[in-house]
Design a binder for this molecule. Structure first.
Ligand code: CU
Length: 405
């Protein structure tokens, strides 16, 4: 399988194949005697290394470009938080453009996907969560990202920001091996919600994305969100829902396989992914992450902006018992929002935003309205909404009981 490797994208490489020898060394720390899976994994890296070395060098595109001096702009550090929460932010910018500094620390970690079946994954994460933390800025701001790949990692990573312009969304300038960090600055020229994801090259691209290595950026218009007539729209809170499709290898008895280190499932996972049939479609990393104690909270009268990301696969969000009052389906805040949707569409590789003001208390299920995926594969979250019931909107006029004659 690995000798069929062909990269669909030009890969940057200011490093040489010797770096990959170091990577293979990092993988070998798990034990002196390689299992067959480990051996396959190392072989995959050798093949990737050879392929990468033959491809164009991205540095060449940045050579001789004039420097840009941003020393006159204020700088702010944004503290990132795990989903479904988002960083503190102003909806309407209170200043002119700023440089927003963020630190994304990569973490390769074993995560439980489904407690009931014991399904687990060596997740590849930004910041330790699936999806990675949301970054929020305003149009015209500069995002300055420090991407850190700690020495404990096994793999090379990078980041492609769909909100940015050039060099594969920054993917071409951010390859970091274990023990390295890189700083990338990009200008937020498009307002909207956008995916970011890892894209190290070739088969590693879907492998990393399908192991949780994706997140979202929200670029707000400087003067805030507007309806179709230019009237301001505001929200009381943002909830950040990251949908993740997993393709977890199973043994002949249908039990989920376990692995001892990140990347150990490499060849098994690629084989599972080729079928395009996910074993799990979940919100925020695991089955039930947004139900029970993790349920989303709101009050009647509150307006919630639901940002839904899917880095790899199409989805159809639906709030059971509610609607999207305003919808930026493709995620572009340059366009007027659509209104009054029952179910909306999130393209694989995109984030979209839906705004809803809750009108009734109770539990709302937030699902992808392929209900097989919602119920059998895990894509269900809950909003628990407090407040006064409105009998004008709905009333049970007779309780279930025997049929009257
Ligand atoms: Cu990665």
């Amino acid at each position: 399988m690995t000798n069929k490797f062909k990269s669909p994208l030009p890969l940057p490489s200011r490093r040489d194949v010797l770096k990959y020898a170091g990577l293979a060394g990092a993988a070998s720390v798990v034990g002196a005697t390689a299992t067959p899976t480990q051996a396959k994994y190392r072989h995959a890296h050798k093949v990737l290394g050879r392929s990468k070395a033959l491809l164009p060098v991205a540095d060449s595109v940045t050579v001789n470009a004039p420097e840009v001096d941003l020393s006159h702009l204020p700088r702010v550090t944004q503290e990132l938080v795990a989903p479904p929460f988002v960083p503190a932010h102003d909806q309407v910018a209170s200043t002119g453009p700023r440089v927003v500094e963020v630190r994304l620390e990569i973490e390769e970690k074993l995560m439980v996907v489904d407690e009931d079946t014991g399904a687990e994954v060596w997740a590849l994460t930004y910041g330790g969560s699936v999806p990675g933390p949301m970054i929020i800025c305003h149009e015209g701001d500069y995002v300055e990202v420090t991407l850190v790949n700690p020495p404990t990692s096994v793999m090379e990573h990078n980041v492609d920001f769909h909100a940015s312009t050039g060099a594969l969304g920054g993917g071409g300038l951010t390859h970091v091996y274990p023990g390295e960090e890189v700083v990338l600055r990009w200008k937020a020229t498009k307002p909207g919600t956008f995916v970011y994801h890892c894209a190290p090259g070739g088969e590693m691209i879907p492998y990393h994305i399908c192991h949780g290595m994706n997140g979202a950026v929200m670029v707000l218009p400087r003067d805030g969100l507007k309806d179709g007539e230019g009237n301001p729209l505001s929200y009381d809170k943002v909830v950040y829902i990251g949908e993740q499709d997993y393709y977890l290898p199973m043994d002949e008895d249908g039990n989920f396989k376990t692995y001892e280190f990140a990347g150990g499932d490499y060849s098994d996972s690629l084989a599972a992914m080729r079928g395009l049939v996910p074993t799990h479609v979940v919100f925020n990393g695991a089955v039930g992450a947004l139900t029970g104690e993790g349920a989303l909270k709101a009050k009647v009268g509150e307006t919630v902006l639901m940002v839904h990301t899917q880095a790899n696969r199409d989805s159809r969000p639906h709030l059971i018992g509610g609607h999207a009052d305003f919808l930026w389906e493709g995620g572009s805040f340059s366009d007027a929002p659509m209104t009054g949707f029952e179910t909306w569409f999130i393209r694989g590789g995109a984030a979209g935003a839906a705004m809803y003001t809750f009108k009734q208390p109770g539990v709302y299920a937030y699902v992808t309205h392929n209900l097989i995926e919602a119920v059998l594969l895990g894509a269900t979250g809950h909003f628990v909404v407090e407040g006064q019931w409105d009998n004008d909107l709905m009333a049970q006029l007779k309780e279930p009981g025997p049929i009257s004659t």
